[in-house]
Design a protein around this ligand. Structure first.
Ligand SMILES: Nc1ncnc2c1ncn2[C@@H]1O[C@H](COP(=O)(O)OP(=O)(O)OP(=O)(O)O)[C@@H](O)[C@H]1O
Ligand SMILES: [Mg+2]
Length: 267
């Protein structure tokens, strides 16, 4: 589904800016971000390091406040974290002292759900990510891919309308990452949630996105929004996928050069 489908967008960013306070000149991380995300849309953020992709996710998650503009989720202005928005980081943020099941049901525990029902819910959620038998394991007994799947189960436990994923597969090997992409598409279909997914990998963007938002070097602005109108499952080697990947590479190249030039200047 796409944001132009006629329904009101699930998430809107209007002229969003973020300035980090510093001791010297104010540090503009994001400027003039306008973006609509439709219900059940898959949007990928692509941009050079330091352009503000994570910052924008944290603003949408309500973990940081916007400096200007507004973000709305489900028609309400975002003023803090909420169960309508789930966040998954690059390194899984599972609590090492809890079992996988306790981790997955952590949000339910905060909501006062009784232990027996929490365990049942954790097993059902873990089943969705193919890991029901890991309910009593500790996070350090899992592989990197399994940890990220458990983190997904935890994020899904409160039935978010938007999943915010900050380079969730960056630490995984290429084969595992490709499996996790297929798996994420299933989770996306099954949950009906919208996805906002940050990556540095152009092939990953082409594999996953309905639309790719390409950012400029800092201050992060939206340079271009590229629709990926390819049927799923996608063949990354098809001429259409290759042409889109080439187009995204061209869009990104200048921005990466600019970002590196600025880092050199600051050094
Ligand atoms: N809490 C903070 N205080 C001050 N500056 C910050 C803070 N968080 C991020 N920044 C700065 O804001 C800019 C954007 O950071 P952000 O982490 O959003 O970039 P990014 O696009 O996610 O980069 P990467 O691809 O490397 O993860 C960077 O220059 C960063 O140093
Ligand atoms: Mg980041």
């Amino acid at each position: 589904m796409r944001s132009d489908a006629g329904n009101p967008p699930l998430l809107t960013c209007r002229d969003v800016g973020k300035v980090w306070p510093t001791t010297g000149r104010p540090f503009v991380a994001l400027d003039g971000i306008d973006l609509d995300v439709a219900r059940n849309e898959f949007v990928v953020f692509l941009g050079p390091s330091g352009c503000g992709k994570s910052t924008l996710l944290y603003l949408i998650a309500g973990l940081e406040r916007v400096s200007s503009g507004t973000i709305e989720s489900g028609g309400s202005v975002v003023e803090g974290p909420g169960t309508d928005r789930g966040l998954i980081f690059q390194e899984s943020s599972l609590f090492p002292w809890m079992t996988v099941g306790e981790n997955v049901a952590f949000g339910l525990r905060l909501q006062g759900v009784a232990p027996a029902r929490r365990r049942e819910a954790a097993i059902a959620l873990l089943r969705k990510v193919g890991m029901a038998d890991a309910v009593d394991k500790r996070p350090d007994q899992l592989s990197g891919g399994m940890r990220q799947r458990a983190a997904m189960a935890r994020a899904l436990s409160l039935r978010p309308e938007v999943l915010l994923l900050d380079e969730p597969f960056a630490a995984l090997d290429v084969q595992t990452r490709s499996k996790m992409q297929d798996f994420l598409i299933e989770v996306w279909r099954d949950s009906g949630a919208s996805m906002l997914f940050v990556t540095h990998h152009i092939d990953e963007a082409v594999a996953l996105a309905d639309r790719v938002v390409v950012f400029t070097a800092r201050p992060g602005r939206i340079k271009s929004i590229v629709p990926i109108d390819l049927p799923r499952p996608r063949d990354p080697r098809s001429p259409e996928a290759r042409a889109l990947a080439d187009h995204l590479t061209d869009l990104l190249r200048d921005e990466v050069d600019r970002a590196f030039a600025e880092q050199e200047r600051l050094r």
